[in-house]
Design a binder for this molecule. Structure first.
Ligand SMILES: Nc1ncnc2c1ncn2[C@@H]1O[C@H](COP(=O)(O)OP(=O)(O)OP(=O)(O)O)[C@@H](O)[C@H]1O
Ligand SMILES: [Mg+2]
Length: 516
């Protein structure tokens, strides 16, 4: 039997109260722990909109101390440009409000948040801020690259047709110039002028192709520092007096794999842009540094890894925020007609992308612009290994038999003339079927096939594949105008001859392929 006397009512009351307080405390601790591990910012405000409560995510996402922020108006942390779109908390009983807007982080950058705002019937104002910066950045990059892709295809198509025409123009001019007749001598200057113009047009189509990321590149392991050093005097002359160039090498091993000529073009484009942004003079800083992209922190769309960063920074007028999205597009320019074509940055973008890197820009109006280029890091050992396999260029000309396949009769005739002059025996075909016929019915030697890629009936890719299985001893040179060398279908070691070509280039690649 239990002989304890039942507790007095006051005692019972105190016990219950004690239990309740303990349970409340436990619940509170549990809720607080939950709030502290929440990746979203939880915020409460009073009726003026001043902050009364914040969880730790506020500090980890935006950098401000929670205690310092309490009492401040929540709106003061919203990015100035976005403050007008702040809808305020709903009135008690009204439905939740959702809004996408940017907050200003303490470090100066802006972060995107999807904010859900609720006011309870008791008037308690609560907000949950979900950080969506990463997703918005990715979407932005995707849109940007889709746009560049589309414009690139267009530019590449135009460049292809131009290249065919230019090949013919250049070939005809060279024909005229090498003609032995004295009476034509008086026209020599004009022909040379045409040739010069054609060369300039060739440069322009090359730029278009670079912008379309379809350019023939010869990659080498090289040191960015050396590239910049070698360009020193060119750059000084380019910017003129009134602008100083300072090179800041924060690393001695800026080894990357790139095409040196294209890399120079990139540095020149960026330097000229910097110059143009500083009509009153100023300073250009070229900085080379190492950059690690750790796992999980993807910037500029590059995978994690080691990169070399090349920065070209100026103290010029800067770029308007509304232009930032467009500056890499072909033909976007803010310069007067005749001063800018808007191809500089598009070319730069194409070259860097094709080299496996990325480019981004930081700029505020009036505060200058900094362009950052990231290229995957290579090593000095790779450079040494490459140098050792360099070989001397081979001379042109020979006695072998070559089949030229191109649907364009002008190109065929041109190649025929160039090759015959080099001493070769030449056969012709205007399509893949005819080429196969020629090859199968030809009784003598056939040493090399030179083929176009894009032809109305059957592509050069097919022909090359067929040859490599049926007649692997016949060598192949692929004539390319559209940057087809970028296609995945080619075997390693396929030789490309870029259109438009000159006689020397043609003979050289034919000879070295035959000798390989
Ligand atoms: N360093 C810079 N400072 C300010 N604005 C720049 C800078 N670099 C580029 N821009 C802006 O980007 C635009 C596009 O540059 P881009 O180099 O592609 O073309 P462009 O310089 O106008 O012409 P092009 O290079 O073909 O002669 C420029 O017109 C300019 O408005
Ligand atoms: Mg430019």
């Amino acid at each position: 039997m239990n002989d304890r006397t039942p507790p007095e009512p006051e005692e019972l009351h105190a016990q219950v109260q004690h239990r309740l307080i303990e349970e409340l405390g436990a619940t509170e601790r549990r809720l607080r722990r939950l709030l502290e591990i929440l990746p979203e910012v939880a915020v409460q405000c009073d009726e003026r909109g001043a902050i009364t409560y914040l969880n730790e995510a506020w500090h980890s996402l935006l950098g401000y101390e929670v205690e310092d922020s309490k009492g401040e108006l929540l709106t003061t942390f919203i990015l100035e440009e976005d403050r007008d779109s702040w809808p305020g908390f709903p009135t008690p009983g009204e439905a939740d409000r959702e809004i996408l807007l940017r907050f200003q982080a303490m470090a100066g950058d802006a972060r995107w948040f999807r904010a859900t705002l609720r006011t309870t019937t008791e008037g308690e104002r609560t907000g949950l801020l979900h950080d969506v910066t990463y997703r918005i950045d990715l979407e932005h990059q995707l849109r940007q690259s889709q746009k560049m892709e589309a414009v690139g295809r267009l530019a590449g198509g135009v460049a292809h047709d131009f290249n065919n025409l230019l090949t013919v123009i250049i070939g005809a001019c060279e024909g005229l110039l090498s003609s032995p007749h004295q009476e034509e001598h008086s026209r020599r200057v004009e022909v040379e002028t045409v040739l010069q113009a054609a060369d300039r047009a060739t440069m322009l189509t090359r730029q278009l192709l670079a912008a379309a990321r379809r350019q023939l590149m010869s990659f080498r392991v090289l040191s960015l520092s050396v590239v910049i050093e070698e360009m020193g005097s060119i750059l000084e002359r380019l910017v003129g007096s009134g602008i100083t160039i300072e090179v800041d090498e924060q690393t001695t091993d800026g080894w990357v794999r790139a095409d040196p000529t294209h890399l120079q073009q990139v540095v020149m484009n960026l330097t000229v842009n910097a110059r143009d942004a500083m009509p009153e003079g100023g300073q250009i800083r070229i900085i080379i540094s190492n950059e690690e992209f750790p796992e999980g922190k993807r910037r500029t769309g590059l995978p994690p890894g080691s990169y070399v960063r090349l920065t070209v920074a100026d103290t010029g007028e800067g770029i308007a925020p509304e232009d930032l999205d467009q500056i890499f597009e072909p033909f976007f320019t803010t310069k007067d007609a005749g001063r800018g074509t808007g191809l500089g940055l598009a070319t730069t973008y194409g070259i860097i992308k094709q080299s496996g890197g990325a480019i981004d820009v930081e700029s505020r109006p009036g505060e200058g612009a900094s362009f950052h280029i990231y290229l995957p890091k290579a090593s000095e050992e790779e450079a040494v290994a490459e140098d050792e396999e360099q070989e001397a260029p081979s001379p042109g000309g020979g006695k072998e038999t070559i089949l030229v396949v191109d649907d364009d009769i002008m190109i065929r005739q041109l190649a025929l003339r160039m090759l015959t002059e080099g001493g070769y025996t030449v056969l012709e075909a205007s399509c893949v079927a005819e080429a196969r016929q020629q090859i199968e019915s030809h009784t003598g030697e056939l040493d090399l096939v030179m083929t176009d890629v894009v032809m109305p009936e059957g592509s050069g890719v097919e022909l090359v594949k067929w040859l490599s299985t049926e007649l692997p001893n016949i060598k192949v040179v692929v004539m390319s105008g559209l940057g087809e060398e970028a296609l995945d279908e080619w075997k390693d070691g396929t030789v490309f001859l870029e259109k438009p070509f000159r006689q020397s280039g043609l003979l050289e690649s034919v000879r070295s392929t035959l000798d390989s």
